[in-house]
Design a protein around this ligand. Structure first.
Ligand code: GLA
Length: 691
């Protein structure tokens, strides 16, 4: 098929966007362009994906038996597996039982801080931490589960039951599973993660797990080696099963981490966090692959975990793929390499790359397939709402916080944004939609009629700026603070963005240009992702443009982050160190609605609550929505078992959604990419793999 035909097929169903006449009257957002290029999803019952049971026999790659088991280097596969491993059912595998071999070559723009996920270190993203981590439950594959029985899937917790009053949840952990170095996984690992990381005020795990992620006052206790018990203030808060999935309940190897934790060793918290730098190889994992090689700004290589506790129905120990590559490059290069075939995987999420990637993927000899999903990628401008000291602003910063908390000011900013122009500066065509902020239009909870949109209206915006008390007193085109605020100087606002993504920078530049016409001077502060996160969590920003997280793309994942339900749950309003949240009345309403949603068991009530949430959020301009679009999954054609319609982002990123441990390459399609063939991870902290 020529790319022109492909392109016109894609364009079928694109209706001309009808824009309402300019008016400051709030309305609903315009109907987005119809976008038909989405791959179909086959919905399945929840229990058709996996189960826990023992099988008559188990298998592993032949070289593992020959080189490692027969020489006495490793116990037999049967003895490395739990009595009842996690078994993926063949019926749910798009191409069935796989074969061993080959490499999945990722490219990322992030860089590893180190391996201590439990203490908040980033591994560079792009699914590297997801490959290494296993969590109590798993949600990413739920994209294909029939709505009527959606509930997180078992994982490290193989089963659970609620007490009659709904306040206690007993979880049964997988029995006899081992870390990649052979150490037993048990309730002590779970308790170490909870007590000495989540609850320890000096530690902040990656992805922000706090006690509130599981409900205020929630406790967790060990019953025996393979049983833990949760106690909740609410009855039946099933919602927290989502928080037990990636990324908020993925325990680390306590036998290794304890050697550097101040409670168990003569160390500081800083030494704990930084005790496992990127050079530290073979950190034990429960995930399918273990890091065995790190070359700065070049590559991270992971090899198969010989103790992995998941199998297929024939008893083949997973993963099928022997090696993962993480080339340390840029996010834009990930798209380029995936369509060119020198990389294997990309979440096509930067619209600037859409057209080129589509053209290339439409060619007959294209090495990769490309499939769009629902519109679940969105960008917001987040204003820092803390008026009482989060991030310790100076006088200017404090004056900005007060503006951020002023409804007229927020309306002025949102009305001054021409979202159509902003989106078209990224990509032309049916991809993007007008996004006023709030819940993604791609989720089942979205309700357009409950979404308040302030259309582009520069004159109206100027009136609102004046209502906010700002006036250009010195005639230089920039409005001034009132005389008693920040010395009556020009209003200057810093805008925090992640410099790893062109989209983030392009949106920031567009916003800066458009707001100049409103008399606001906005100055970009572009940081790399690790520093950006630190500035965000530390509250050191006036405004921030950020791709939204799972709470807005799924509602049920990271739900507590939908509002400042606790001192450290919101992206743009947290309590200052040791202080309280200073919620505005509409934020208190959001918090109340979200808390009701979390404790509600009733489907209709939950849908209704999210309509209320969306209305309060968008009417009060909780964030300034910028643009929304769907992304496409790009995967090299040699891979099998990629589920159709897997969104690049919903409950989690596609790296988890496609269930990489089940992905395989048919024997006649296997490439010769393994850098460490027939080798396995070596000793924790030791120098690379073992052969
Ligand atoms: C980054 C990338 C995403 C995804 C995630 C996984 O954020 O931009 O596409 O790969 O990492 O954590």
């Amino acid at each position: 098929m020529s790319h022109f035909r492909y392109w016109s097929k894609l364009a079928v169903g694109v209706s001309m966007l009808a824009f309402p006449a300019l008016a400051s009257e709030p309305t609903v957002p315009p109907e987005p362009a119809e976008f038909k290029a989405q791959a179909p999803i086959t919905y399945v019952p929840r229990d058709s994906i996996l189960e826990f049971k023992s099988l008559p026999e188990y298998h592993e790659p032949e070289w593992v038996t020959e080189k490692f088991v027969k020489t006495g280097g490793l116990p037999s596969v049967k003895d490395r597996l739990p009595k009842k491993p996690l078994v993926f059912k063949t019926g749910n595998m798009p191409d069935g039982i796989g074969v061993y071999g080959d490499t999945l070559r990722h490219v990322i723009g992030g860089r590893p801080e180190g391996w201590n996920y439990s203490a908040g270190q980033s591994q560079g993203w792009g699914g590297i931490d997801i490959a290494m981590s296993e969590c109590l439950t798993r949600t990413a594959p739920l994209f294909q589960v029939e709505a009527k029985d959606i509930e997180p899937l078992p994982n490290l917790a193989k089963a659970w039951e609620w007490s009659a009053d709904g306040h206690k949840l007993t979880m049964h952990l997988i029995e006899g599973a081992k870390w990649s170095d052979g150490d037993a996984f048990d309730a002590d690992d779970v308790m170490f993660f909870w007590e000495d990381n989540v609850l320890d005020p000096n530690v902040s795990p990656l992805n922000g797990a706090t006690q509130e992620s599981f409900g205020p006052g929630t406790t967790l206790t060990k019953i025996d080696a393979y049983t833990v018990e949760w106690t909740f203030k609410e009855a039946f808060p099933r919602q927290y099963l989502y928080a037990m999935a990636y990324g908020t309940f993925c325990p680390g190897p306590s036998h290794i981490l304890k050697t550097k934790h101040p409670k168990y060793a003569q160390t500081t918290y800083d030494q704990y966090k930084n005790g496992f730098p990127p050079e530290y190889m073979n950190i034990p994992v429960m995930g399918a692959w273990v890091p065995v090689e790190y070359r700065p700004d070049d590559i991270i290589v992971l090899r198969r975990n010989p103790y992995y506790w998941k199998v297929d129905e024939d008893g083949n120990q997973l993963p099928y793929i022997n090696e993962l590559h993480y080339k340390l490059s840029t996010w834009g290069d990930r798209d380029v390499q995936a369509v060119a075939g020198s990389g294997d995987f990309s979440n096509l999420e930067q619209p600037e790359n859409f057209v080129e990637s589509l053209k290339r993927a439409a060619q007959d000899n294209a090495p990769a397939r490309l499939a769009f999903g629902p519109r679940l990628i969105g960008y917001n401008l987040y204003m820092n709402f803390s008026g009482n000291g989060w991030g310790q602003p100076d006088a200017r910063g404090q004056a900005i916080r007060e503006l951020n908390r002023n409804e007229h000011f927020r309306k002025a900013v949102t009305m001054a944004i021409d979202r159509k122009r902003l989106s078209e500066s990224l990509v032309k065509g049916p991809f993007t939609a007008i996004y006023p902020g709030g819940i993604s239009s791609g989720t089942s909870f979205y309700d357009r009629q409950s979404t308040v949109y302030y259309p582009f209206d520069l004159e109206g915006a100027k009136a609102e700026v004046a209502n906010a008390g700002l006036k250009d007193t010195d005639g230089n085109g920039i409005v001034n603070f009132p005389a008693d605020k920040a010395g009556g100087k020009d209003v200057e606002i810093t805008l925090l963005v992640n410099n790893g993504y062109n989209t983030d920078k392009n949106l920031a530049e567009g916003v800066i240009g458009q707001l100049e016409k409103l008399g606001l001077r906005v100055i970009i502060n572009a940081l790399d992702s690790n520093q950006r996160d630190a500035a965000n969590y530390g509250g050191r920003f006036d405004w921030m443009i950020m791709r939204h997280h799972a709470e807005l793309a799924s509602v049920v994942q990271n739900t507590e982050q939908l509002a400042p339900t606790g001192p450290r749950t919101s992206w743009h309003h947290r309590a200052p160190e040791g202080g309280q949240l200073d919620l505005m009345p509409f934020e208190q309403q959001l918090v109340d609605v979200v808390n009701k949603f979390i404790s509600s068991q009733d489907k209709d009530e939950r849908a209704e609550l999210m309509k209320q949430y969306q209305k309060i959020y968008t009417a009060n301009v909780n964030t300034i929505g910028l643009t929304e679009y769907s992304g496409a999954l790009i995967i090299n054609k040699r891979f099998s078992n990629i589920p159709s319609g897997a969104p690049i982002f919903m409950f989690n990123w596609a790296e988890d959604t496609i269930i990489r441990e089940r992905v395989f390459v048919k024997a006649d399609k296997q490439g010769d990419y393994e850098l460490f063939p027939e080798q396995l991870p070596g000793k924790p902290g030791g120098n690379g793999p073992m052969n």
